[in-house]
Design a protein. Sequence first.
Length: 69
Amino acid sequence: MKNSLITITALAFVVALVSYAMVISNGTIRTVEFLSIFSTGALAGVLLTQIFALLKNKQQNVTRGSQDK
């Protein structure tokens, strides 16, 4: 379940990056560009949080497994 959530977030992040790349204009930031930048940053933060939580859980499971022996 956790991996599918990370996959969905990663796909949304890629879509946000691609949409921003298509919106880039002459250097002034319009509202649409600001929202695109904001959503890309928010998705990057969510994705990193999910990845770190997954890695932390894996590390705890490895540590617990070695203590059981």
